[in-house]
Design a protein around this ligand. Structure first.
Ligand code: BGC
Length: 268
């Protein structure tokens, strides 16, 4: 990792106590950023990430909060302001799955996924943009006034039976991201998304924990391996850095080719 890519920048990563978010927290710190590690009810795990970063000489602080609560969201950004003097990058990453066959999907689980995966992303992004404006452009930190990066999913384009709530939320994230990018680019706010494929984390353990599950998962991944959080972190670091200053409103798929319709390699 290039240590200077994010030096002097401050990032808030939601859902950073586990999985892809934790991988991004460690990666962003290694790339020189001060990291606000948001978590929801996982203080020990978040503190462990913070310690790992500070033990390696980086800067980090834990920030509890539910992304679907406006008051909690404001609290996370306040921690960033108190501890690091502001924020340059938001990674709206927190996400959950509440899987069920379509007719079994309860309103409660529909709402839970939409609340975290879409409304949570909206609330965090809205607060970030307000803070970027208040802070003003600081060329010593970045060419942009601020950057918002959403963790979307391949399921912003791949329909997913048994996951209607999750796929609907991620489809929403795609249009939220693109609309924000169009609206905010004139202010030098860059908005983009990363769309991970199957990354080996607790959220999808059922897809990789047994040899049979893994074998069927591999049929969906032309590149022949499951992704790791570091695969997402390195792409996210670049997208959030000034090296990607002209990248606006794009979704970067980091999926080992999952979106290439691999079934068609032997059919059609
Ligand atoms: C989901 C995972 C799934 C992956 C590929 C992700 O967005 O959270 O559970 O393995 O997409 O299908």
């Amino acid at each position: 990792m290039t240590a200077s890519l994010l030096s002097a920048q401050r990032v808030l990563i939601t859902g950073a106590s586990s999985g892809i978010g934790a991988g991004m927290a460690l990666g962003f710190a290694e790339a020189g950023a001060a990291v606000v590690v948001n978590h929801f009810g996982q203080a020990d795990a978040a503190e462990a990430i913070v310690r790992q970063i500070t033990d390696a000489g980086g800067q980090a602080v834990a920030a509890p909060g539910d992304v679907s609560s406006p008051a909690d969201v404001a609290g996370m950004f306040d921690i960033a302001a108190e501890r690091f003097g502001g924020i340059d990058i938001l990674v709206a990453n927190a996400g959950i799955q509440k899987d069920a066959a379509f007719t079994e999907l309860t309103l409660e689980d529909w709402r839970a996924a939409l609340d975290v995966d879409l409304t949570g992303a909206f609330l965090c992004a809205q607060e970030a943009v307000r803070r970027f404006r208040r802070q003003g452009l600081d060329p010593a930190r970045s060419k942009a006034l601020g950057k918002v990066l959403f963790t979307s999913s391949v399921h912003q384009v791949i329909p997913w039976a048994g996951h209607a709530n999750y796929a609907a939320a991620k489809g929403g994230v795609k249009m939220l991201m693109e609309t924000m990018a169009q609206e905010l680019a004139p202010e030098k706010i860059r908005v983009n998304a990363i769309a991970p494929g199957a990354i080996q984390t607790p959220i999808n353990m059922a897809a990789w924990a047994t040899p049979t599950a893994k074998e069927s998962l591999m049929k969906l991944i032309p590149y022949g391996r499951i992704g790791q959080p570091e695969d997402i972190a390195s792409a996210a670091i670049w997208l959030a850095s000034d090296a990607a200053d002209y990248v606006v409103g794009t979704t970067l798929f980091v999926d080992g080719g999952m979106t290439l319709y691999p079934c068609f390699a032997r059919g059609g």
